[in-house]
Design a protein. Structure first.
Length: 243
């Protein structure tokens, strides 16, 4: 039995992963933007899931989320699922919050970052990004390229942790829309597998996965100089360095 923290687990793939992990006997720590959003997962809380709250578009509440998780005790894995598709909050929610939570939550054995096949269309340029989200300076594709590069940077810097990025596919969630062609169950299976499985493949690090199969990411995500530029930018903006 593992203990897993899942960001953005009030709906969509995060909630589905939480439900499946609970069904499999694992302990789950849920996350919602605010207390009102917890009503959507009351059934999971009634089954024993714990919950934390905080708006990941703001570094202050994001730090609060990390503090809440640490106060509940160590977790074995974190699934960084939360994300937004449009608007000025793309960089704060999709990238800055992941970086801060990675740096501040007591280090788990496994980290899983939700990327997207759209990261292949991202721009490998961190200059001029408005990390505070006061204006829109990056696309969803850009943010997911940053997420993928961040995952590989953490895998390189923390060799004792299993760190992987996942493309869940284009699935019929609120973000993906009802006409999305991919399999909804496959959209969260890989995250669960990477977070809990004893399969030797699931215990590797530095991978980019689609439906439990390795895929080749954007070449820039593997570029250590780009990774270091991204981590440096995020450290400077947040005032927090990766240990």
């Amino acid at each position: 039995m593992a203990r897993i923290f899942i960001t953005g687990s009030a709906d969509g793939l995060g909630r589905l992963a939480a439900q499946t992990l609970l069904d499999d006997g694992h302990q789950v720590v849920l996350h919602a933007r605010n207390h009102a959003r917890l009503t959507a997962v009351s059934a999971l809380i009634d089954r024993g899931a714990e919950a934390v709250t905080g708006d990941l578009s703001d570094p202050g509440p994001t730090r609060g989320v990390a503090e809440q998780v640490n106060a509940l005790g160590p977790v074995d894995a974190v699934i960084h699922n939360a994300g937004v598709y449009t608007g000025a909050r793309i960089l704060p929610v999709n990238v800055v919050a992941l970086y801060l939570l990675t740096a501040l939550i007591r280090r788990p054995a496994r980290l899983v970052y939700l990327s997207s096949g759209m990261h292949h269309g991202g721009r490998a340029d961190v200059r001029g990004g408005d990390w505070a989200g006061l204006r829109a300076t990056a696309s969803y594709s850009d943010s997911k390229l940053f997420v993928t590069a961040l995952a590989f940077a953490v895998a390189r810097l923390w060799p004792g942790v299993s760190v992987n990025a996942v493309d869940p596919g284009w699935v019929p969630t609120k973000m993906g829309g009802p006409g999305a062609p991919d399999d909804l169950r496959e959209g969260h299976r890989t995250q669960e597998w990477l977070a809990t499985s004893d399969d030797p493949r699931a215990r590797t690090t530095g991978g980019y996965w689609y439906h439990q199969q390795p895929r080749e990411p954007h070449a820039a995500a593997r570029d250590e100089r780009f990774q270091d530029e991204l981590v440096s930018e995020l450290a400077a903006f947040t005032g927090t360095r990766l240990a």
